[in-house]
Ligand binder design. Structure first.
Ligand SMILES: [Mn+2]
Length: 427
C-alpha cells in the first residue's frame, strides 16, 4: 500500500481542531433543523462507489493521449491504485473490470490481492466495440445487432466468457454497453437491428447465474453518429423488460442529449423497479467523461434527490443500485480526479439527505412553487463538506485526501516504481 494508516492519522491530527470547529457548527445547525446527524453520517459512510479498471491511466481522446506517468501496468497495479484511493477516501471499496482489458491470470490470486486492499469486484463490463487480435470476426458493423448470425454468436460468447470471469471473482452483475448502430441513413433497418439485439441479450441473460443482474446501458450517439440501437432509457427499459426480472437499465450521466432531464428518467425507472445502476461523470456538451460535479453540480444534486426519495418510498422494490464512476482523465492525475469525483458524489448524496421531504411534499400538495424551490435551494446551498469529512475521518480516511496524496509525493513514487512512460490498458 502506498500509504499507511498511521500516515493518514498523522495528517488528520494536523487539521483536527479546525475540522472539529467546522463540524460542530454544522452539527448544531442540522440538529436545530431536526436532522439526525449520526444517522446521516452512517448513510454517507455506507455509500461506496466502484472504480472502473480503465480509469487509473490517462484517458485518450480521438486526437491524442498524454501519459501522466506511473500508470498501472497490470491488473494488480490497478487494484493497488484503487486500494490507495479507498484508503484515503473510504468510499471506493470496489473495482469494476473491463474485459478483455483486464483479464486476471489467476482469479484466486487476484481475489486475495484485492481483499488485502479491502477491495471487492463490482459489475464486469464486456467489450464488443473493439476488435481483439485473436477474434475471428469483426465488430465493425455491430456486435449483438449484426446482420451476420456468426458475428452475433461470437459477441454473445464473449459476454458469456465475461460472466464466467466475473463469477470467479465474486461479481454479481454484467454491464453491457453497445456501440452498435449506424453512421448513415439507410445503413440499418432499425426494427430488425433492435430485434436481433434483443435476441442476443436474451441469450446472455439466460446464461447468467440466478443471482446475477444484467445492466443495459444506452447512449444516443457516438461512435455511430446517425443511430444507435439502444439510443435511450426507453429502449433500454424495453429490452430489460423483455429479458426478465433481473435485467435493468443503467444510466450513464454522459449518455444523454444536452439538457435531458436525467432526474426525471431516474424517478421513472425507480417507479417501475427497473433502475439498475449508475455511471457517474459530468459533461458540458456530450459524453465528455469529465470529473463528477465539475460542470453541473446542481443537476447531480437533483438526481440524488430523486434517488434518495425514490429509494425511500420504493413501492416497486427497485433493488439497491450499482454505483460506478465512468470518467476519463485527459489532463489531471487520475487518482486526484477520482478523489474529486468521489467527494462530489458524497456531497450530492448528503445534500439530498438533508432535503426536508415533509415540507417539500406539503409545498407540492399546495402547489406552492416558490416554497418547493426554496426547500431544494436550502439543502443545496448548505455547506455539507464538514459532514463528508467527518464521515470519512470516522471510517479511517483522510480529512483532506488530495493534500495527503500530494504530501507523500505518491505520484512521484509511482513513476519511480513503474516508469514515466507506462500506458495502462483502456481507451
Ligand atoms: Mn458508462
Amino acid at each position: 500500500m502506498a500509504i499507511k494508516e498511521q500516515q493518514i492519522l498523522d495528517a488528520n491530527s494536523e487539521h483536527l481542531s479546525g475540522h472539529s470547529a467546522e463540524f460542530q457548527a454544522l452539527q448544531h445547525k442540522l440538529t436545530n433543523n431536526g436532522l439526525p446527524v449520526e444517522e446521516l453520517i452512517e448513510q454517507i459512510q455506507a455509500f461506496q462507489v466502484a472504480i472502473p479498471s480503465w480509469a487509473l491511466g490517462a484517458g485518450g481522446t480521438r486526437f491524442g493521449r498524454f501519459s501522466i506517468g506511473g500508470e498501472p501496468r497490470n491488473l494488480e497495479e490497478k487494484i493497488s491504485d484503487v486500494g490507495l484511493i479507498h484508503a484515503l477516501t473510504q468510499s471506493a471499496g470496489s473495482i469494476s473490470l473491463h474485459i478483455p482489458w483486464d483479464i486476471p491470470e489467476n482469479a484466486a490470486a487476484t481475489l486475495a490481492f484485492a481483499k488485502s486492499h479491502g477491495i471487492v469486484f463490482d459489475a464486469v463490463n464486456s467489450n464488443t466495440f473493439q476488435d481483439q487480435s485473436d477474434q475471428a470476426l469483426s465488430y465493425k458493423f455491430g456486435s449483438l445487432c449484426h446482420t451476420d448470425a456468426d458475428v452475433r454468436a461470437q459477441a454473445v460468447a464473449h459476454n458469456k466468457a465475461v460472466i464466467d470471469i466475473g463469477e470467479s471473482l465474486g461479481s454479481k452483475s454484467l454491464t453491457v454497453w453497445l456501440a452498435d448502430g449506424s453512421a448513415f441513413p439507410g445503413q440499418l433497418n432499425f426494427r430488425e437491428a433492435l430485434a436481433r439485439t434483443l435476441e442476443s441479450l436474451k441469450e446472455i441473460y439466460n446464461y447468467m447465474p440466478s443471482d446475477w443482474k444484467l445492466f443495459i446501458e444506452y447512449k444516443p450517439y457516438e461512435p455511430n453518429f446517425y443511430s444507435t440501437v439502444i439510443q435511450d432509457w426507453g429502449t433500454s427499459h424495453l429490452l430489460a423488460a423483455e429479458c426478465g426480472d433481473r435485467a435493468y437499465t443503467l444510466v450513464d450521466l454522459g449518455h444523454h442529449l444536452p439538457n435531458t432531464n436525467i432526474e426525471q428518467i431516474v424517478s421513472t425507472l425507480i417507479w417501475r423497479g427497473k433502475l439498475g445502476g449508475f455511471h457517474f461523470n459530468d459533461s458540458k456538451y456530450g459524453d465528455d467523461d469529465l470529473t463528477v460535479g465539475s460542470i453541473k453540480p446542481y443537476q447531480l444534486f437533483l438526481i440524488f434527490n430523486e434517488l434518495v426519495e425514490g429509494m425511500k418510498n420504493n413501492a416497486s422494490n427497485n433493488p439497491p443500485l450499482a454505483w460506478m464512476i465512468d470518467a476519463s482523465h485527459n489532463l489531471k492525475d487520475p487518482i486526484e480526479d477520482l478523489i474529486q469525483s468521489l467527494e462530489a458524489i458524497r456531497l450530492a448524496l448528503a445534500q439530498a439527505l438533508v432535503v426536508d421531504q415533509v415540507k417539500l411534499k406539503q409545498a407540492r400538495d399546495q402547489n406552492d412553487v416558490t416554497m418547493a424551490q426554496e426547500i431544494l435551494h436550502d439543502a443545496y446551498r448548505t455547506d455539507l463538506r464538514p459532514l463528508i469529512r467527518e464521515a470519512r475521518r470516522r471510517s479511517g480516511g483522510a480529512l483532506h485526501p488530495i493534500t495527503v496524496y500530494r504530501g507523500h509525493a505518491i505520484r512521484e513514487k509511482l513513476i519511480e516504481q513503474r516508469g514515466l512512460n507506462t500506458v495502462a490498458t483502456g481507451l
